[in-house]
Design a protein around this ligand. Structure first.
Ligand code: ARG
Length: 463
């Protein structure tokens, strides 16, 4: 078994059980690119500060670049006895270039090194996720442009409430995702801070130039306090929370669409590629991808709970517990990335069934609230209007009619303020045409939203 860099302090006895228990290379190998980029920047700064020679820096850079190439080509063996990605790479570098490699860790600890790697990894990952959220928003906007004019029931308590345009319904999800994107962008500000130079916890007595490393790695700031610099994992927790909330939004969309694609609803049809059959029932077309989007959201809750619980009892500064952060962060990121891609594909391959939706629109008194508002416009206090319409609904229900099917004289019996123009306010179509307030579920408001999204997504894509 290979000797570790800190081995000289120990008696020499090694228990395989402990070696396997403490290793993180099986998880943190994914940080290799960032570990190498970080080490090259650190070494460059060391040479600029005269702490290592120009030639040593050249050798280190060359050696690290070759290791990166070997890893990319799948030709590198990650040695588990070297514990983690930092020690594996340093050991390989030492083997390859000898003496110069022994100077790389000058003024650095694995504690600030791992914090750096995680920040670099999350910076890239957050950008990928923001892109994917945008792709999903684009798919929603496209569907809203294509089939957004379908008048459909809106629900509260999953009971028919008021009519809405399908485009308005779809763009509600674009809004949720917009907040997710904003949260990720905001998290990026706290991710994009350079901890290198914090050392093990107290910094260093060597003349390191932290701002130079920050600059070389494209960070916006450096951490102000070395203890915080190495013990902070807030940026991980924030990332996982934001990912979990995004997954909840996707889960809610999935739940809706699972319901909407049932025989009973039949509002939408999801592309065949995103459904599966049954091994026993030949007729089945199950929305498994949506169910998995819903199911996988549970994974992200788990990641968040595990991460917060792992952090909770830790004294300052570094503790090995923190090694467990990677599992949660990587897993949350992987699951969210896959889920976002799948959601975008499903949205792009889903169609509304306008005929089926239209056929059921007369049921459920979707126009009841609009009738009450009509009465308000005729001078009836809202509470009284509510009561009048409630009684009319009860009558219609008993008669098996919709409100629009009720003759004028019967309506007028309920309230003498009602005139012939009442029918312009009844039926789901008329109600949607009458929505007057900004942000409502009607045509004009939908157009305003589509204009916003078109402009907004174009701008962010171009940026
Ligand atoms: N693999 C470790 C981690 O992920 C790296 C830091 C180890 N530091 C230490 N002092 N043992 O946290």
């Amino acid at each position: 078994m290979a000797k570790k860099s800190w081995q000289s302090r120990m008696s020499g006895a090694v228990d395989e059980l402990a070696v396997n228990f403490v290793e993180s290379i099986s998880v943190d190998w994914r940080l290799y690119k960032y570990d190498i980029v970080g080490s090259i920047a650190h070494a460059q700064m060391l040479s600029e500060q005269g702490l290592i020679s120009k030639d040593e820096f050249r050798q280190i850079k060359q050696g690290l670049t070759e290791i990166a190439e070997q890893i990319e080509a799948g030709k590198f063996k990650f040695d588990k006895s070297q514990e983690d990605i930092h020690m594996v790479i340093e050991a390989a570098l030492t083997k390859n270039i000898g003496e110069a490699a022994r100077k790389l860790h000058t003024g650095r600890s694995r504690n600030d090194q791992v914090a750096l790697d995680m920040r670099l990894w999350l910076r890239d990952c957050t950008e990928t996720i923001i892109e994917r959220i945008m792709k999903l928003q684009e798919a929603l906007v496209k569907l809203a442009q294509k089939q957004g004019q379908v008048v459909m029931p809106g629900y509260t308590h999953l009971q028919r409430a008021q009519p809405v345009l399908s485009g308005h319904y779809l763009l509600a999800f674009a809004e949720q995702l917009q907040r997710d994107r904003q949260r990720f962008s905001d998290a990026l500000k706290r991710i994009n801070v350079c901890p290198l130079g914090s050392g093990a916890l107290a910094g260093s007595s060597l003349p390191l130039n932290r701002r130079r490393v920050m600059e070389l790695l494209g960070f916006a700031e450096i951490t102000r306090n070395s203890i915080d610099g190495i013990s902070d994992r807030d940026f991980c927790a924030e990332f996982v929370f934001t990912a979990a909330l995004t997954a909840i939004h996707l889960s809610r969309l999935a739940e809706d669409w699972i319901i909407y694609s049932t025989q009973e609803f039949g509002f939408i049809r999801i592309g065949d590629a995103y459904c599966t059959g049954s091994s026993m029932m030949p007729q089945k077309r199950n929305p498994d991808m949506l169910e998995l989007i819903r199911g996988k959201s549970g994974q992200l809750h788990g990641n968040l709970t595990a991460l917060l619980t792992m952090l909770k009892g830790q004294p300052l500064a570094y503790n090995r517990d923190m090694q467990e952060d990677k599992k949660q962060v990587f897993d949350a990121a992987d699951t969210l990335e896959a889920t976002l891609a799948m959601a975008a594909a499903i949205v792009a391959n889903t169609r509304f069934n306008p005929d089926k939706i239209q056929a059921g629109l007369d049921e459920g008194f979707l126009d009841a609230t609009a009738l009450a508002e009509y009465l308000v416009r005729k001078g009836v206090p809202f509470r009284q209007a509510h009561q009048i319409v409630g009684e009319l609904v009860a009558q219609c229900e008993a008669e098996g009619k919709s409100l629009a099917q009720k003759p004028l004289d019967e309506l007028q019996k309920a309230c003498d303020k009602i005139e012939a123009d009442v029918y312009e306010n009844l039926t789901a179509e008329n109600v949607v045409a009458g929505y007057a307030v900004e942000g409502s579920a009607g045509k004009q408001q939908l157009q305003e939203q589509l204009d916003f999204w078109q402009e907004h997504l174009k701008r962010t894509v171009e940026k």
